[in-house]
Design a protein around this ligand. Sequence first.
Ligand SMILES: C[S@@+](CC[C@H](N)C(=O)[O-])C[C@H]1O[C@@H](n2cnc3c(N)ncnc32)[C@H](O)[C@@H]1O
Length: 432
Amino acid sequence: MHRSEISKLNMILSRVRHPKFTVKNFTIVRTYYNVKRKVKVDEDYLAKHIHQKIRAKGPVTVAEYMKEVLTNPMAGYYMHKDMFGDTGDFVTSPEITQMFGEIIAVWFLNEWQKMGSPKPVQIVELGPGRGTLCNDILRVFSHFKALHKASLHLVEISPTLSEVQAKQLCNETNPTPESDTVYKRGMSHHGIPVFWHKQLEDVPHSFSLIVAHEFFDALPIHKFHKTFNGYKEVLIDIDCDETTDSLPKFRYTLARNETPMSKLLVKPDETREHVEISPDSIAIFRTICERVKFSGGIALVCDYGHNGTGTDTFRAFKKHQQVDPLVLPGTADLTADVDFSLLRNVANEVDGVITLGPSTQKNFLLKTGLEYRFKALARNIEDKDQLENLTECYNFLVDEEKMGERFKFCALFPETARKILNKAAVVGFSWQ
Ligand SMILES: C[S@@+](CC[C@H](N)C(=O)[O-])C[C@H]1O[C@@H](n2cnc3c(N)ncnc32)[C@H](O)[C@@H]1O
């Protein structure tokens, strides 16, 4: 990165006022809004539902299982509760510290300004969780009066999380669907309109700053296992040995024959023992690439991931512990590492977009000024515990043993921006 780019970013960061940093542990970094679960279902609802489905139709793919477990309208993991933070099942970078969202905001602001600050601009977030990341982004943008003619578009499948987001982001919301493509609308504290959509296709076509943080790892994957007879798809079946007690049990099994997905998705030169592929991720990433190409924009995807070398990464988390994904479906988060090499191939197929990364979280955040921001906040903290906690949050984000190495960033720009980027390279990524 050029020296002038670094000092420009630091200047942007120094203009973000220091919000009070009353940190003791992760829970009090943020104000949390909770919503009550409205649909009451038994803990074993999904186990019974999937059991019946398998009895009727035979073993299901891991993708079908994941989709039911995470997004079944009655009892899907994401649909009716708030699972973030100390008392939930996992914690994400934006929930750990505001510094994360500030750095993402500053990165977007800088790249957008390099492109001539096109207006109107849409901020689009896929899978916004509690809405914390976009709230931090809006706060930074508001300091730069960069919200004029802006709008926020949230792609969220969960009605419950959309309520949490509305409480965090808006003064007022209108929860009645206003069209087939917008199921809720509100006005943010910063005075910009906020729209909720069920899918990216429903977001209007306009210049967009698109962010997806820990979104792709929640999308269903198909799993394949290498055998002497080629790759076989991994399926989920009823565990007959253990149906004596009342709770249905499941086990993995291999499809005897080729499945449509094993034919379609496994590359002829594949060599890994286990392969995981997410057609939903491919489709959504293709849509992002096409939007960046045709309507203009910048996209940033941040997630657990690998560059085509990952194998068996499908897992479940409950109360911050790894648990068996087949036990009590719907009560734990299911996730699989994102294959960034696959996303890159999609971008190459679309053509007309520049793909950068994956860059590790540590590399991206440090190059974009995290240390500078950390030191600026630390200088204003007198309390020893608070300072310790801020340091802990900082280390959590960049430590290679924690989030620094496993989380990766990938960025997309329209090919038409190449001349600009040749003059001032994209921050946080290597530029050829
Ligand atoms: C692991 S959470 C990440 C939340 C947030 N981005 C963060 O980092 O704190 C995944 C988010 O994606 C949403 N989600 C999962 N599957 C989705 C889908 N198919 N369409 C839209 N949103 C989805 C979930 O409801 C949740 O908001």
